[in-house]
Write a protein that binds this ligand. Structure first.
Ligand code: BG6
Length: 280
């Protein structure tokens, strides 16, 4: 079953229920903000996040595109896709356990004022036992363009201080808080503000808390970002309660920093990710 719904202000989303999972996806930003399987929520959503035109939802999975981060000062932080309205191309109930949702953003006069390229961005969600998302960029322009991007996933956790993030041992990272590079030498635990870009990621990442684990499998990505604002920054962030930092961690599958891509005219590129929740 699925239905196109809207909040009182007209902000639209698709609600999906099949025998494997339940999900909600906003048309603005092709932004999934709820995915629940066997009574367990994968995604964190800020209690104070507003569902408003032109403002990114705080939580769920913002799509950072065509830029990750704020290195390119000519574009908004994390690009503009997360605040643009996507077109709903198709919802397909493939079988009772799999619903596929296809959303699309095409360049327009408005997007070209921000980023002067013709493009098509296709986001496809597979709502099933796992949550899979692909983002396909097509360069429809006569000139090549540079692309950095990410699934900026906010994972819900019970207590940030109890989690471990595995799969990054031996991977070099840039600590953007100190602007220094190091190599990860252990499973990561978080007990302070963390903002790291891991480069050369080759394995799946596992987020573990008690007996719950989330396996993160990305395709065509060699970079991952781990972010938690911790106490001070959290109290200053938009659409976030002061204590919210305890309830989430962002692990972002990306093409960021040195892992950027250049797309020639007519070239296509797909970044995809799969999340699997399980008990160990
Ligand atoms: C992370 C960045 O990906 O996103 C952080 O590494 C940033 O530096 C965070 O603060 C949140 O960004 P925004 O634009 O959603 O507030």
């Amino acid at each position: 079953m699925y239905a196109l719904k809207s909040f009182a202000n007209g902000f639209e989303y698709i609600e999906i229920q099949n025998s494997a999972a339940h999900a909600k996806i906003a048309l603005q930003g092709a932004h999934i903000f709820d995915y629940v399987r066997s009574g367990s929520a994968l995604l964190w959503l800020s209690e104070t996040s507003k569902f408003e035109e032109g403002r990114a939802i705080r939580g769920g999975i913002p799509i950072c595109w065509p830029r990750f981060g704020n290195l390119d000062k000519s574009l908004p932080q994390h690009g503009f896709a997360r605040i643009f309205l996507f077109e709903l191309i198709k919802v397909e109930e493939v079988n009772e356990r799999l619903t596929q949702v296809h959303l699309q953003l095409k360049s327009s006069e408005i997007s070209k004022k921000i980023w002067n390229y013709d493009f098509t961005l296709d986001i496809v969600f597979d709502i099933s036992e796992t949550l899979s998302i692909s983002m396909k960029t097509t360069n429809e322009d006569a000139k090549e363009f540079l692309l950095t991007q990410a699934f900026h996933t906010y994972f819900q956790v019970k207590n940030i201080e109890n989690i471990t993030i595995e799969g990054l041992k031996g991977v070099e990272f840039l600590d953007t808080l100190t602007d220094t590079k190091s190599v990860e030498n252990r499973a990561l635990k978080i007990s302070a503000e963390t903002d790291r870009v891991y480069l050369g990621v080759k394995r799946d990442i596992c987020l573990r808390e008690d007996d719950k684990e989330v396996l993160i499998h990305a395709e065509n990505s060699h970079s991952a970002i781990v972010w938690n604002p911790w106490i001070e920054k959290c109290s200053k962030m938009s659409a976030m309660q002061p204590e919210a930092y305890k309830e989430f961690v962002c692990i972002e599958s990306a093409n960021a920093f040195d892992d950027f891509r250049t797309l020639k005219p007519n070239e296509r590129y797909t970044l995809s990710v799969e999340y699997r929740m399980q008990r160990s």
